[in-house]
Design a protein around this ligand. Structure first.
Ligand code: MN
Length: 151
């Protein structure tokens, strides 16, 4: 291996590291682990940021949805707030039209109202979910069908 080959490998590695760092800078919180429960359709990652306690009975989680991924229909007895930090996604309450969400949008999911949220078909979506637990855990309902998702 000559000097030129070694230099090329070095510069490729340097470019890969720079690329990786710029990638990390686009998301505020870590991606976390792949979700393995069946409350979602598609590939979803969760990083818990805060657990509930007696002073703040609220969980805070960073949720990353790959394109097409979404929650099942569900409801929160204590309601939920979503802060959109990246990408393009959807939010829909039962009986309402689907809303398109973009970075900087804030959504209040009213208590006990069935809804779903997730990524758009083409673009991943990252949200911080702030969920109030004092009135009970999230109730998971049926899947969001492809027909509902595309409507
Ligand atoms: Mn929700």
């Amino acid at each position: 291996m000559n000097f030129k080959s070694i230099a090329n490998i070095f510069f490729i590695l340097l470019a890969a590291i720079a690329c990786d760092e710029s990638k990390q800078q686009t998301t505020i919180f870590p991606q976390g682990d792949k979700v393995t429960n069946d409350n979602f359709t598609g590939t979803v990652y969760l990083q818990m940021l805060m657990e509930a306690d007696s002073i703040n009975p609220t969980t805070v989680g960073n949720v990353t949805f790959e394109p097409g991924a979404r929650t099942k229909w569900h409801l929160h007895p204590g309601g939920q707030i979503l802060l959109v930090t990246e990408g393009v996604g959807y939010y829909q309450e039962k009986g309402q039209a689907k809303k398109i969400l973009r970075k900087g949008d804030v959504i209040k999911c009213p208590a006990n109202v069935p809804h779903w949220h997730g990524a758009s078909a083409d673009t991943a979506f990252v949200q911080v979910a702030i969920t109030n637990r004092h009135l009970g855990p999230t109730e998971w309902l049926q899947e969001v069908t492809d027909e509902e998702y595309k409507k």
